[in-house]
Structure formats: structure tokens, C-alpha cells
Design a protein around this ligand. Structure first.
Ligand code: AMP
Length: 377
């Protein structure tokens, strides 16, 4: 089977790496000069609104998916008239707009931060007075990795926030003093079969995911998360992997964000689960039986952000799996990730310590949730 993917970043690269052993072949469409997926897939270099290139992608593909949600819905609709696109336009349109996303959660009875739509500086001030401060103003569309956000500490800051976010439609969210963050990867096949991975606990640094640990063992939270995910999968008639990010506050989950694709917080599944999120996404969109989502021991995934430690030094660490995306270094850019695996959570933490020391120059050990290695000196 031939798989087409809109977007040719590291997610498309890892989809191709998972699918090639199944006999699948890949074509990606991406405007970048050097799309990371080019190492494992045929690349059509074109913009997402290039009709002729979209038609070439459709002609080369039996089924089409995406590695990036900020593609024009019109591109997906054009492709969908020619080939199945999974997940489809409804899932994409919903997750592209934070207001649509939160409104769907509200309709399904899933808890979120309190929120209000905002279309002017005056409305922002009114919403901040109503929801209370601190509050977080977010652009409705095209936000990622903490970009497109402004934290208001007083309704008086509405004018400055409106300016800073470019005078576009916003959503204002009440501040959630969460205890920690987790995510759930859910997968649904064309015929409706569903599976769920164990929760992962996620730590961010500067708004960017830094580290995910799994399995996060809390049966009650796992049950809540699967119930919410099941409702979303059905409401969106979803096919493929859906990632849901949650805040955990006093033992209860609040939905923060959906991603209609494989997700960074699920990279640990490559070595840490019986079937990776990438393989299960492909099984789902090809209407094949889904693979087991059971964990294999304990895993932690660490993103390499902005700088990569030298390969020889990474390769010298035990039980470390290295994934480099072939991207040039730039501050804040995800250049690769590494995953440590272990038989127990304690052993996993011990294996993270030398990695934290190696990365210390770029990001502190605390960003991995580890003690500062210099504190005892
Ligand atoms: P997002 O782009 O919505 O995933 O936000 C990026 C990060 O900002 C999240 O992972 C949280 O750490 C933080 N954040 C987002 N929304 C809120 C909120 N309503 N209250 C507190 N922190 C938030």
C-alpha cells in the first residue's frame, strides 16, 4: 500500500520508518527544502495549497494522513475527494481552532479550563474580569509549543495582550494551577476498534515538551482519560492516533489540547510499548487489526532541543535509543529525541541521570524533573 502524508517532518519520518517493514511505501508533501521524512519517503516539494501537487500526492497514494495539523482544510477536502484522508476534515478543523476544540469538550461534558471567546481588546478585558486573573489569552489558531499565548495578571493588560497577539480572534482561559501534566494516545481503526496507551507524564520547558515518562500508573486517571478519549474518538468519527493533553488537578483531569496525529509525548512507544504509536496509526488508517498498546517495562523520552550532544557521547550511554531528525540546529528547535528503557521506574530514573549531565549545558537537569546534579558539590 502507498501512504501519502501532508507534512514531511520528523513525525512523517517516524511513520515511514515504522511502515516500511510492513511493506508500506510513503510520499510526503512539504514545502521545506530539506524535509526530515525525505530520508525514508519520496518528497513532493510544494506548498499545501498547490492544487497540482495535492493531486500528484493523491495519485501516488492509497490512503492519506498528516504529520502537521496546520494544513489548510481546503487541501484536505481536495484530497478527500480523491482518496480516503484519515483522520478527516472534521477532526482537523476542530483541532485547528482552540475554541472549536473546547466547545466540543464542553458539549461532550469533558472538563476543561473555564474559557471565553474573545474578538476585541474590550471583550478580552471583560472576559478577564469575568473569569478572573491570572488568565491565559491564546490565539484560536496556529498556536503550538506555547507560542501565541499571553498571560494576563489583570484585566488592564487586555490592550497590551490584544496587541501582542496580533489583534486576531482569541480564547481566554482561566489559569489552572495544575499539579502536573499527562497525555493519552488513543487509536481508532476504520471499523471502530479502539485502543489506548498508558498515560505518560509530561514536563515542559519554555512551553516545549522536554520529557515524557511512561507508563504513568494511576488506574483512576487512566480510566477517566480513556472515557474522555472514547467520547472524542466517536464524536469526531476519528481514524488514526489522537493525542489528548490533560492537566491533572486534585486527582481530576482537565482537557488542555487535542492533536489529530501521532504526538511527541508518544515517542516512548517506539521502544517502550509492544506496538509503537506510529505503527498503530498506520494499522488504523489501513484498516488493519490494531497492535497491543501494552508497555514493555518503563520508558522516558527526552527531546533534544536547540543543541544535540555529540553522537559518540550519546551512543556511550547504556540503554539509550537515539533518534536524530537531520535538522539544522536552531534555538528552541526539536532536533531529535532519546528514549531510555528499564525494567523498573527506579532504574529508568538512574539511567536518566547521566543523560541529564550530558545535556546540562543546554537545559538544566530540573527540566527532566531530576535533582540538580551540581547541588551536592
Ligand atoms: P498549550 O499550547 O495550550 O498546550 O499550552 C502550553 C503549556 O502552557 C501547557 O503545556 C501548560 O504548561 C501551559 N498552560 C496552557 N494553558 C494553561 C492554563 N489554562 N492554565 C495554566 N497553564 C496553562
Amino acid at each position: 500500500m502507498n501512504i501519502g502524508i501532508l507534512g514531511g517532518g520528523q513525525l512523517a519520518q517516524m511513520l515511514a520508518l515504522a511502515g516500511i517493514p510492513l511493506g508500506l511505501r510513503f510520499t510526503v508533501l512539504d514545502p521545506a527544502e530539506q524535509a526530515p521524512a525525505g530520508a525514508a519517503a519520496h518528497v513532493l516539494r510544494a506548498s499545501f495549497d498547490d492544487a497540482a501537487a495535492l493531486d500528484r500526492l493523491a495519485a501516488r497514494s492509497d490512503v492519506i494522513s498528516l504529520d502537521f495539523e496546520n494544513v489548510p482544510v481546503a487541501a484536505v477536502e481536495r484530497l478527500a475527494a480523491q482518496r480516503p484522508v484519515r483522520p478527516g476534515a472534521l477532526a482537523l478543523a476542530t483541532s485547528q481552532d482552540r475554541l472549536a476544540e473546547k466547545t466540543l469538550c464542553h458539549r461532550l461534558g469533558l472538563p476543561t479550563a473555564p474559557f471565553a471567546p474573545v474578538d476585541s481588546a474590550a471583550e478580552l478585558a471583560g472576559a478577564a474580569a469575568e473569569l478572573g486573573t491570572p488568565a491565559l489569552a491564546k490565539t484560536r489558531r496556529f498556536g503550538y509549543d506555547g507560542k501565541g499565548q499571553y498571560r494576563l495578571t489583570h484585566p488592564d493588560e487586555a490592550g497590551a495582550a490584544w496587541e501582542a497577539l496580533g489583534g486576531q480572534p482569541l480564547i481566554l482561559e482561566g489559569w489552572v494551577p495544575f499539579d502536573f501534566e499527562v497525555s493519552l494516545l488513543a487509536v481508532r481503526r476504520v471499523n471502530g476498534e479502539q485502543r489506548f496507551y498508558p498515560l505518560s507524564e509530561n514536563r515542559h520547558h519554555g512551553g516545549i515538551l522536554r520529557c515524557s515518562r511512561a507508563p504513568f500508573d494511576d488506574p483512576e486517571l487512566q480510566r477517566q482519560a480513556q472515557r474522555y478519549a472514547g467520547a472524542l474518538l466517536e464524536a469526531l468519527d476519528y481514524v488514526g492516533v489522537l493525542a489528548i493533553e490533560f492537566f491533572v488537578q486534585a486527582g481530576r483531569l482537565l482537557v488542555n489540547e487535542l492533536a489529530p496525529r501521532v504526538h511527541n509525548s508518544g515517542h516512548w512507544t517506539i521502544e517502550g510499548a509492544q506496538t509503537s504509536q506510529f505503527e498503530n496509526h498506520l494499522r488504523a488508517i489501513c484498516d488493519l487489526p490494531l497492535g497491543s498498546t501494552e508497555p514493555r517495562g518503563h520508558a522516558a523520552m527526552v527531546n533534544l532541543i536547540g543543541e544535540e550532544p555529540p553522537l559518540a557521547q550519546l551512543a556511550a550511554l547504556p540503554e539509550l535509543h537515539i533518534h536524530r531528525y537531520g535538522k539544522s540546529a536552531r534555538p528552541g528547535r526539536k532536533l531529535g529525541h532519546v528514549t531510555v528503557t528499564a525494567a523498573s521506574a527506579a532504574e529508568r530514573e538512574a539511567r536518566l541521570a547521566p543523560l541529564a549531565r550530558l545535556c546540562e549545558a543546554d537545559l538544566p537537569a530540573s527540566s527532566l524533573g531530576l535533582p540538580d546534579p551540581t547541588a551536592s558539590r
